[in-house]
Design a protein around this ligand. Sequence first.
Ligand code: ATP
Ligand code: MG
Ligand code: MG
Ligand code: MG
Length: 468
Amino acid sequence: MSGVNDIRSTFLDYFKKNGHEIVPSSPLVPRNDPTLMFTNAGMVQFKNVFTGLEKRPYATATTSQKCVRAGGKHNDLDNVGYTARHLTFFEMLGNFSFGDYFKENAIELAWKLVTEGFDLPKHRLLVTVYSEDEEAAALWKKIAGFSDDKIIRIPTSDNFWQMGDTGPCGPCSEIFIDQGENVWGGPPGSPEEDGDRFLEFWNLVFMQFEQTEPGVRNPLPRPSIDTGMGLERMACILQGVQSVFDTDLFRTLTGTIEDTIGVKAEGSASHRVIADHLRSSAFLIADGVLPSNEGRGYVLRRIMRRAMRHAQLLGAKEPLMYKLLPTLVQEMGRAYPELVRAEALISETLKLEEGRFRKTLERGLSLLSDATADLDKGDMLDGETAFKLYDTYGFPLDLTQDALRAREIGVDISGFTDAMERQKAEARSHWAGSGEKATEIVWFELKEKHGATEFLGYDTESAEGVVQ
Ligand code: ATP
Ligand code: MG
Ligand code: MG
Ligand code: MG
């Protein structure tokens, strides 16, 4: 009962029994939504239903939604391979109420599924609520019988969801499991919360206000529910492992990597990055994204090149990604027939992109290693070199950063931008009209990643992107 296919059907069947319509996943490229880079949550396909712009023949629904979080507001690209719980591609299981049931039912439904359907031990579970949401705290006490110490009140935006600057919004409540004292980490809201001990696996959003302008919130006449449970995280819990990369599907993928290049996966971030990036690349291509130098295609290219750098790091002597694809299709093709349909295209695209990039990758990496030979932990690579790697060797900035991460060397982002600006000015003076394109791409990339162009050091979270 603990493979992903069983978990998915347990979830969907449960909500179907409880009157929900099973709705298929929407594509990773959102329809009619240029503000969003990729579908990053189950509610995306229902945005207009929540706001009342669109009517559906059902008032409650359940889905297993393909999600990519590698650009825009939710960007987990830098986390992948380094945390136990983040993937760039994952499946989000969800149940939705469009003005039908609300908070009490949502908590009841979730609690019953978690403790009966999935049979998770109550004593290891705990929840967060938004600090102003007394109602949710009281409901968790009543329904789950939780004592106060199992209901953590969070005052930050982590527990307050907003669709945008205006529109529906409301508090949320996240369900966590304690993976045990032998795993490092502290409860949500504590300084050690980024450890792996307490794993968030389900988020319940209570859409109960409409924000008309920043700070002005009016109660919605018919509040709604939006929830999201990470399928891979549930698999991790049910399989008794502490990392999504130790679940059966990822073990199969990393096993194929081991067999193909003959390097063991034990504790290797590279195997994890490659397995994850293979999934996101394959699913993006299946949904019509192709590597390019702008927009969504550039995010795909970044993901692919990053995986290729890790393949190189493991000593792969020839293109690797396309050789792993049959395993992925075998594992996931039944649930996602689009993978099977697009297999030839995905394979060709991976092979071509990796074949092309390998030569410059090698040269770029040797330039990078020369340029950083004298640098130590805490130092920064100059912006000029980072720009040269970008411009001449096709290294996306995040690839350079990722390559230096293990040595704790940063990149001078403002120096990088200056070099870019200089090139832009020069190109203009030589030939009006040229050079614009490259600049747009970099701005897109930089703004998305940093919001500002200032390098803030390793401990500071990147500012939120401008894409969403
Ligand atoms: P986290 O705090 O761990 O980054 P989140 O609060 O950003 O997660 P939500 O936006 O609440 O995540 O998404 C709902 C659920 O989707 C999460 O509870 C989790 O189970 C799953 N999820 C979110 N991001 C990822 C990811 N990058 N990889 C795998 N599962 C994810
Ligand atoms: Mg997150
Ligand atoms: Mg969270
Ligand atoms: Mg959450």
